[in-house]
Every structure is written in structure tokens, then in C-alpha cells.
Design a protein around this ligand. Structure first.
Ligand SMILES: Cc1cc2nc3c(=O)[nH]c(=O)nc-3n(C[C@H](O)[C@H](O)[C@H](O)COP(=O)(O)O)c2cc1C
Length: 391
């Protein structure tokens, strides 16, 4: 290929230059202790920086204790929690990658067990996973599903406190060394549950019509933008459609409002409001089974937001092949490529994608500590695209 691939071209957003367009999508690890990062977070996130991922997002990180999905989820409501993340951000930057943090509140989906234990709601006060499980909160007293807690409906004063908690988390993220921040507004967690008419049945200024339901999201964004340095990028993750009353038209309107408040990138996911993972609804409205989700199934959302809200987007969801990622960028459907499971499966995905898309520079992205040996390995005929994955 004569032209260098877009996937490996830098992208400058505000004062930050991402070295390439490959992004580790936030991935909950359920491995923190009382919200404090452990060795796992360092080992996990540093791997992707060694693998030349341009932007490495740490997982959904709670802005207050009740905002954790499980008692083992990461938090950033104390200075100690911010401090514990410093070695990770420092290492990611030393590799030439950019460290990002997703700040979140799990709302009515909080206080559950990790997925390997079924991701089920915990009885109040259960200590199986460390800190005792807690009473969940939400916009209205509407539980997620059968067997889940009925959330306490937040008062206006409590909503104001949560807006402040998001802003405080942004300030601590600066101290921790992050250079990109993402507000988690997707997957049925607190912000999405305010957006959705299914979970938000309030009749005050935070509910009712779309403008009322968007108010919490926009107040959080304004507070975070004011607390987060002007020269650093701010992302916002949406569930572009949730199959239960939030549709693309709503996402385009929300994205325009986010842009007006200084959001730089809308990260386009989907689903989660009823507890099911991200999905694309079938024509009859029922959730498509996992196997029915084709590669790139959420890319049309990133494309539409990019075009109609005139802003940068990140595409996510079953982006698997290097050429698939490159085509999304070349066709102008998104500005960044988020990858989750494929990077868990192959943390050096970006290095292997470079072998496919840019064989003349295939070794450029390797860390110095490895590159000399990888070059020698290539000299032995063990060069590009030896498919270790083939059975
Ligand atoms: C183990 C795991 C943990 C996840 N944790 C988060 C999270 O913390 N925040 C979030 O917004 N999405 C989370 N997701 C969703 C991913 O970021 C991503 O959007 C989804 O996996 C689809 O992308 P993929 O097909 O490349 O995996 C998680 C997904 C997985 C598999």
C-alpha cells in the first residue's frame, strides 16, 4: 500500500495528539479493592500500551461508592484511588500511547456480582465481593428487571450532589494523569436511565419530555467540562438506540447539545436499558441474539451522528479485521476505532493490523525493548502475518 493507512495516522483533538486511531474500549475488570486499583489494572492496561494502541481507556470508574456496578469496580471518589492509577497512566504515556478514563455511575444496575458469577443483583449488605452491597439509586423507583432492587428515586438535591461528584472525578482524573476523559452515558447506567422514558418517569425538571430527560446528562457534561482542562479532550458514550424509546433522532439531538457544551467525540454504543447487553433490535423490536450481530453492527450509529451532529465519533462493536477498521475510517463513517473483546483476545492486535495494512512499516509500532528481536525474527522468515490463531 503506497498511502499510509488512516488507522495508523495521528489525530489531534484539542491539545492531545493520539498517535493512531486504535482505541481500547473501556472494559470493566471487577478487580479493584474498595474502588482502589490493584496490580491487575496496571498489568491489564499496560499490555495495550505495549501493543501500540493509540488511546487506552481504563474501565468504567465510579464517581461515588454507589456508582459501582459491583463491589469490585474501580472508583475515583478519593485521592487514594487517583494516586493508585498514577503508575498506569505514567507507563501508558512512556509507550507513546494516551491514557483515558471513563467516569461512570451505575445507577439502578449497581450492587451486582461480577459477570463470572452471573452479574446478578446482590442481597443488601452481602459481602461476598468485599464491600457490603448497597441500596441503588435512579431517576425513578423502577427496577431494571425482575429480581433487581427498586432504586431510590433521587431528589433534586441528590442530583446536584451527583453532578458535583462527576466534576470532582474529572479533577481527580487530571491528578491521576489521564489525558482523555469519557462520560459514560450508555448501557442503562445512571445517565442513560435519565435519558430513557422507560426508567425515567419523573414529572419534575429532570423528566418528562426529551429536554427534561436530557437535563442530567447535560448538567454533568457542563460540570465536567468546567473541571476538565480546556486543552484535554472530552468524550461521551451513548447508547445510540436502546430499543425501548431512545432512537437515533434522540441521539442526534443529544449529540448536538453535547457538542455545544464542549464534548469532542461521541462514542456510539447501544442497548442496555433493560439489562440485556448492547444489541440491535430486530424489526419486531425484540433483541437480536449475540450471534445475530454482524461485524460492525453499531457503525451506522457513529456514521449518522458524525454526519448529522457534525462531530467526531468513535465506532465500536465487533470490529475485528484490520481492513474492516481501515474501511470505516476511509469511508468517513467514524474518526476512531474502539475495540474491546478482540483486543482482550489479542492485545497486540494493532501491531498485527500494521503488518496487514502497512507491511513496509510493520515493526515501527513495537516498543524498543521488543523491536530489535522482532526484526531478527522477521529475518528468520517468521515475518508478517504468521497467523498464530489458526487452529
Ligand atoms: C469484559 C467487558 C467489560 C466491559 N466494560 C465496559 C465498561 O466499563 N464501559 C463501557 O462503556 N463498556 C464496557 N464494555 C463494552 C465494551 O467497551 C464494548 O463497547 C463492547 O464490548 C463492544 O465492542 P467489541 O465488540 O469490540 O467487544 C465491556 C465489554 C466487555 C466484554
Amino acid at each position: 500500500m503506497s498511502q499510509s493507512p488512516l488507522l495508523f495516522s495521528p489525530l489531534k483533538i484539542r491539545g492531545v495528539t493520539l498517535p493512531n486511531r486504535v482505541v481500547l474500549s473501556p472494559l470493566c475488570m471487577y478487580s479493584a479493592e474498595s474502588g482502589v486499583a490493584t496490580d491487575w489494572q496496571f498489568a491489564h492496561l499496560s499490555t495495550f500500551a505495549r501493543g501500540n494502541v493509540g488511546l487506552v481507556f481504563a474501565e468504567a470508574t465510579a464517581v461515588e461508592p454507589r456508582g459501582r456496578i459491583t463491589p469490585r469496580c474501580l472508583g475515583i471518589w478519593t485521592d487514594e484511588q487517583a494516586e493508585a492509577l498514577k503508575p498506569t497512566t505514567r507507563f501508558i504515556e512512556s509507550m507513546g500511547s494516551v491514557p483515558g478514563l471513563q467516569i461512570a455511575h451505575a445507577g439502578r444496575k449497581a450492587s451486582a456480582s461480577p459477570p463470572w458469577d452471573g452479574g446478578k443483583p446482590l442481597p443488601l449488605g452481602d459481602t461476598t465481593w468485599g464491600d457490603p452491597s448497597w441500596q441503588v439509586v435512579g431517576p425513578s423507583a423502577v427496577p431494571l428487571n425482575d429480581g433487581w432492587q427498586t432504586p431510590d428515586a433521587l431528589s433534586e438535591a441528590e442530583i446536584a450532589d451527583l453532578v458535583t461528584a462527576f466534576a470532582d472525578a474529572a479533577r481527580r482524573a487530571v491528578v491521576a494523569g489521564f489525558k482523555v476523559l469519557e462520560i459514560h452515558g450508555a448501557h442503562g447506567y445512571l445517565i442513560h436511565s435519565f435519558l430513557s422514558p422507560l426508567s425515567n418517569q419523573r414529572n419534575d425538571g429532570y423528566g418528562g419530555d426529551r429536554a427534561g430527560r436530557m437535563r442530567f446528562a447535560l448538567e454533568v457534561t457542563e460540570a465536567v467540562r468546567a473541571a476538565w482542562p480546556e486543552d484535554l479532550p472530552l468524550f461521551f458514550r451513548i447508547s445510540a438506540v436502546d430499543g425501548k424509546g431512545w432512537e437515533m433522532e434522540d441521539s442526534v439531538v443529544l449529540s448536538r447539545e453535547l457538542k455545544a457544551r464542549g464534548v469532542d467525540v461521541v462514542d456510539c454504543s447501544a442497548g442496555g436499558i433493560t439489562g440485556a447487553p448492547a444489541f440491535r433490535a430486530k424489526d419486531d423490536g425484540s433483541p437480536a441474539a449475540s450471534g445475530d450481530r454482524p461485524p460492525g453492527f453499531q457503525v451506522p450509529y457513529a456514521e449518522q451522528v458524525r454526519e448529522e451532529a457534525d462531530m467526531k465519533t468513535m465506532a465500536i462493536g465487533r470490529i475485528i479485521e484490520a481492513q474492516q477498521a481501515e474501511d470505516i475510517l476511509q469511508e468517513g463513517r467514524a474518526d476512531l476505532i474502539g475495540i474491546g473483546r478482540e483486543l482482550m483476545y489479542d492485545p497486540f492486535w494493532a501491531l498485527r493490523a500494521a503488518e496487514t495494512l502497512d507491511p513496509d512499516n510493520a515493526q515501527a509500532g513495537w516498543p524498543d525493548q521488543y523491536r530489535w528481536a522482532i526484526v531478527r525474527r522477521a529475518d528468520l522468515g517468521l515475518g508478517n502475518n504468521v497467523d498464530r490463531r489458526a487452529p
